[in-house]
Design a protein around this ligand. Structure first.
Ligand SMILES: NC(=O)c1ccc[n+]([C@@H]2O[C@H](COP(=O)([O-])OP(=O)(O)OC[C@H]3O[C@@H](n4cnc5c(N)ncnc54)[C@H](OP(=O)(O)O)[C@@H]3O)[C@@H](O)[C@H]2O)c1
Length: 327
């Protein structure tokens, strides 16, 4: 297969960005756009050069010329839409969080195996070359003494909540809330860097709509703790830090890292880690990685990559489930 034929669900900014990344990767052609509104679907199709526009979900799913469907709807719809895509024999690239309860994870993955297709979670940062490089730096530490990971950014949609509205990202009905939206990135980073924790201890602050607006989590490992702070109703300016024996890694962000330094724990001398320039479109890395595996599913390397992504995704959702239950 030379190129994957892409279909998309959702017409917001993230779909625009993914479609641009997919096209720029050279691995996809754009076959179909689905929107609940045909006018929106047509305008998206014209802007991004899709072959067809749909407002009929079943007709979209039944398009034989679509190989893979990118799902970027509100969180609570991901599971059912990805399931439908798989049932129609399509691969699925599902925006984070791929599911909103752990039981859905197993159902989705089992179904994909049964149907002989691939489902992946679009946790974009773990595919970014700078994130991969920093993972190697952390793996090279002599000892790990803990970490403090932060991702809290005020959402303009919180202004809508304050004005009495309930946008999906702040709605329980749509699987909204801070941990599902931003906390997930920090949990992915923690589990990629330190593995699965022994226990999880979570506290959150609920907002008027019933979702968590911000939260704190302690992940306990046998010899150290990793603390996580996330939020959508505040902006945190603090760096994320990983503590090694005699040195601290300081990061300006968890996703799209642009600046990283190693600080000597004794002298406080700072050494900049050389990173790649920020990419014009950070979704290109996941788009390429997913296409490689979907085009060559039988290669040993593809199987290993898929196993790695899925096992990480499973552990992340196990932790998220505990966080949601506790907070
Ligand atoms: N990876 C990243 O960097 C990143 C960044 C932002 C968001 N995301 C993820 O992308 C997903 C979408 O986020 P968003 O902020 O773009 O969400 P959103 O604006 O609330 O909705 C996205 C799209 O879903 C459709 N939609 C909205 N409400 C719906 C409803 N009630 N029923 C069915 N479809 C509905 C709309 O498309 P139509 O009106 O055309 O049907 C809309 O364009 C989320 O899961 C989020 O976590 C990821």
């Amino acid at each position: 297969m030379t190129k994957l034929r892409l279909g998309t669900i959702g017409t917001s900014m993230i779909t625009e960005q993914f479609v641009e990344a997919a096209k720029a990767s050279g691995d996809y052609t754009y076959q179909g756009v689905y929107s609940r509104h045909i006018k929106k679907a047509n305008s998206f199709k014209d802007r991004y050069g899709a072959a067809k526009a749909y407002d009929d979900f079943e007709a979209f799913l039944s398009d034989d010329a679509i190989d893979v469907i990118y799902v970027a709807s509100p969180n609570s719809l991901h599971f059912s839409q990805a399931k439908e895509a798989i049932m129609h024999g399509k691969h699925a690239i599902v925006e984070k969080p791929m599911i909103t309860s752990l039981s859905q994870w197993t159902e989705l993955i089992d179904l994909a195996k049964e149907k002989g297709v691939i489902v992946v979670e679009a946790a974009r940062h773990i595919f970014e070359p700078n994130f991969v490089k920093l993972t190697e730096v952390i793996q090279g530490f002599e000892g790990i003494y803990g970490a403090s990971l932060v991702y809290a950014k005020y959402s303009s949609r919180f202004d809508n909540v304050l004005a009495g509205q309930e946008p999906p990202i702040f709605s329980t009905k749509f699987g909204g809330g801070a941990v599902n939206d931003l906390g997930i990135y920090t949990v992915y980073a923690a589990l990629r860097w330190f593995g699965k924790p022994e226990s999880v201890h979570a506290f959150s602050q609920k907002i008027s709509t019933g979702v968590d607006g911000k939260g704190i989590v302690i992940l306990r490992y046998p010899d150290y703790d990793v603390t996580i702070r996330y939020g959508k109703i505040i902006t945190a300016l603090a760096s994320s830090e990983v503590y090694g024996l005699g040195k601290t890694l300081v990061l300006d962000a968890i996703t799209g890292v642009e600046k990283a330094e190693l600080v000597d724990a004794r002298t406080r001398e700072r050494k900049t880690i050389e990173l790649d320039e920020p990419s014009e479109n950070p979704l290109i890395w996941e788009a390429k990685a997913f296409a490689d595996v979907m085009k060559n599913p039988d290669k040993e390397e593809s199987k290993e990559k898929l196993n790695d992504w899925l096992s990480l995704s499973h552990d992340v959702h196990e932790v998220l489930e505990t966080i949601r239950q506790q907070s």
